[in-house]
Ligand binder design. Structure first.
Ligand SMILES: Cc1ncc(C[n+]2csc(CCOP(=O)(O)OP(=O)(O)O)c2C)c(N)n1
Ligand SMILES: [Mg+2]
Length: 284
């Protein structure tokens, strides 16, 4: 990737990160850790690798993004708002009664959202079905599926993966957000996943493991995956839950947090000021 494009993606990622913080602080609580861990992957998909038309969210030729870990809605909403799918002031309605931006992603409510998720595991089967249907139609679009490392405790994920591998759905990339933590703490303590890359390979996936909070690494892995034909595709994103902001990275229980004390409000203000510097100094 050229330096200029990398710089643009850095600014895009900073905007997504800032929007996540602003919307959650405004709401007063929410799923911060698992939203922040996916910022770089979202920036690369929407800023470079994917095909989308924000003015026409249902465009047949669009790539499909299935956020199976639907509680990370804030990363999706922030990205879609920055892309122009809907006005940015919608972000301040997160989780309100009647909102278009419910806590978990809902295809009937938000322009640009293609799958209703939140019950962990179910997005994996939806993505498999979407990818299979696109293949049967001979259509080009890619499907990008995001699954959490804790979510993998749901057996449904492994049933869907088996189908994806058996059908050789090389138009679907399974991204595993391996941020090592889930709702109740460390994934290794709750239900160890062991070596995820080896496991996915054993399931029949062409698998890469990359630093999921490194824009260039995610971009390179996507380019390699898209060129690889005839096998199911997986990218294990080695991420940090709460990525990009020391306060959230260091708070182990950062799954869903409350903005109800000075410490979190000060950390948020400091983070937003730093992100604004990146955004103002940038090119996008
Ligand atoms: C079927 C189901 N069981 C339990 C939950 C409650 N729940 C929401 S998020 C979560 C933990 C998910 O962890 P992970 O997939 O690692 O997400 P991340 O770390 O990216 O936030 C749990 C248990 C749920 N949403 N759906
Ligand atoms: Mg996790």
């Amino acid at each position: 990737m050229e330096d200029k494009q990398l710089k643009e993606l850095e600014v895009f990622a900073a905007k997504i990160r800032r929007d996540i913080l602003e919307m959650l602080q405004h709401r007063g609580y929410g799923h911060v850790g698992g939203s922040l861990s996916l910022v770089e992957a979202y920036a690369v998909i929407y800023g470079k690798q994917g095909k989308f038309d924000p003015a026409n969210p249902k465009w047949e030729g669009r790539d499909r993004v299935v956020l199976s870990k639907g509680h990370a809605g804030p990363v999706m909403y922030s990205t879609l708002a920055e892309m122009g799918y809907f006005p940015k002031d919608w972000l301040m309605t997160l989780n309100d009664g009647g909102t278009n931006l419910p806590s978990h992603t809902d295809r009937n409510k938000t322009p640009g959202v293609d799958a209703t998720t939140g019950s962990l595991g179910q997005g994996t089967s939806q993505a498999a079905g979407i990818a299979k249907a696109l293949k049967m139609k001979g259509a080009d679009p890619f499907v990008y599926l995001f699954v959490g490392d804790g979510e993998l405790n749901e057996g449904q994920c492994w049933e869907a993966f088996q189908f994806i591998a058996k059908e050789k759905l090389d138009n679907l990339i399974v991204f595993i957000d391996d941020n090592k933590r889930q709702l109740d703490g460390w994934t290794a303590d709750v239900m160890e996943n062991f070596d995820l890359a080896k496991k996915m390979e054993a399931f029949g996936f062409f698998t890469q493991r990359v630093d999921g909070n490194d824009l260039a690494a995610v971009d390179d892995a996507m380019t390699v995956a898209k060129a690889h034909k005839g096998e199911a595709l997986c990218i294990v994103l080695d991420t940090v839950k709460g990525a990009g902001i020391p306060f959230f990275e260091e708070t182990v229980m950062n799954h869903s947090m409350k903005w109800d004390n000075d410490k979190i409000n000060e950390a948020t203000a400091e983070a937003i000021a730093k992100l604004d510097e990146i955004i103002e100094g940038g090119v996008a």
